[in-house]
Write a protein that binds this ligand. Structure first.
Ligand code: SF4
Length: 330
């Protein structure tokens, strides 16, 4: 059941990719990309989802939109169950849930003009035709800062930032309620990243959008998010208001991520940095107990056997660490 202020409710989501081997293609294991995710996205917020490459954050975005089937769990959008919706119901739901992809070079069909790319969802959903369709495309181009003359050009004639603007216009075409932005600026030059982030912020307030903003760059997530969820090996390990998570991280992994972010100041004291040891373990064979214990500077015996639940440590701020309270005063 979704509460009135919630737009999306994710419960117990698992996504396991089978590992098959041998002549009979038998399943010998599974990559547990998502392993029990509970999360809510509130109406009108930007929820930042952050973690290292391979932690499962992009998989979660795709499962929410049913671009990938889930292994277990449920996703509710308003009062609709996304994962059990039939084809007709799903088509109606897709109008309200759109995605902006990471790679603006690969996500636009090179054989289609910008006009065709943007009007495609409008045609699929029969929402406009003729002059109204042409007007709508030009309005969308204007909204994302592109001129009407660009409508009949092809994607290869555009820069990365301009292509991402086209991707955003396409996502906006059906006036969605939720946009999953999957690393939307990570393929762009730093100088263009701020322009796209500001565009997303402006569009959000103009159209009362809700964003799930996926990224590995903490500065980017901090700039745009109201709340932040931190993922590690297919699980949420910390979630809270943006300022709380950055000001007082309550999970050693979040603390290490924040500490590792580059600081453009040669006089900055780097002696207190928490460095992450080793690589992300394989999601096909995650560590016992707390999944972070093989890299955690605070790990103790209990951590090797006891899997910590996500707990509310202070109101609205959750952590999956047995010793989260110790981090409050550090
Ligand atoms: Fe580290 Fe233990 Fe907390 Fe896991 S439960 S994050 S291993 S201290």
């Amino acid at each position: 059941m979704v509460e009135p202020e919630e737009l999306v409710k994710i419960s117990g989501i698992k996504k396991h990719f089978p590992i098959r081997k041998g002549f009979f293609n038998r399943q010998v294991g599974a990559v547990r990309a998502l392993d029990g995710i509970d999360l809510t996205i509130r109406k009108g917020e930007t929820l930042g989802l952050v973690g290292e490459s391979g932690c499962g954050k992009s998989t979660l975005g795709r499962v929410i939109l049913r671009l990938l089937p889930a292994t277990a769990g449920s996703v509710s959008f308003e009062d609709k169950n996304v994962l059990t919706a039939n084809e007709k119901e799903m088509k109606a739901l897709r109008r309200h849930m759109q995605i902006v992809f990471q790679n603006p070079y690969a996500s636009l069909d090179p054989r289609m003009t910008i006009r065709q790319i943007i009007q495609e969802p409008l045609e699929v959903h029969n929402t406009a035709s003729g002059a109204a369709l042409r007007d709508r495309v030009l309005k969308l181009l204007d909204l994302v800062g592109l001129s009407a003359e660009m409508a009949d050009r092809y994607p290869h004639e555009f820069s990365g930032g301009q292509r991402q603007r086209v991707g955003i216009a396409r996502a906006l075409a059906l006036q969605p309620k939720l946009i999953v932005a999957d690393e939307p600026v990570s393929a762009l030059d730093v100088s263009v990243q701020a322009q796209i982030l500001n565009l997303l912020i402006n569009l959000k307030s103009e159209f009362q959008l809700t964003y799930l903003f996926i990224a590995h760059n903490l500065d980017v997530v901090r700039y745009i998010s109201d709340r932040i969820a931190v993922m590690y090996l297919g699980r949420i390990v910390e979630i809270g208001e943006c300022d709380d998570v950055y000001g007082t991280p309550l999970h050693p992994y979040t603390k290490a991520l924040i500490s590792a972010a580059p600081v453009p100041d040669p006089n900055f004291d780097r002696s207190h940095r928490v460095l992450l040891q080793g690589d992300l373990p394989s999601p096909a064979n995650p560590p016992s107990g707390c999944r972070f214990h093989t890299r955690c500077p605070m790990a103790r015996e209990k951590c090797k056997v006891d899997d910590p639940a996500l707990r509310e440590i202070v109101p609205g701020h959750f952590s999956a660490c047995h010793f989260a309270e110790e981090l409050m005063n550090q």
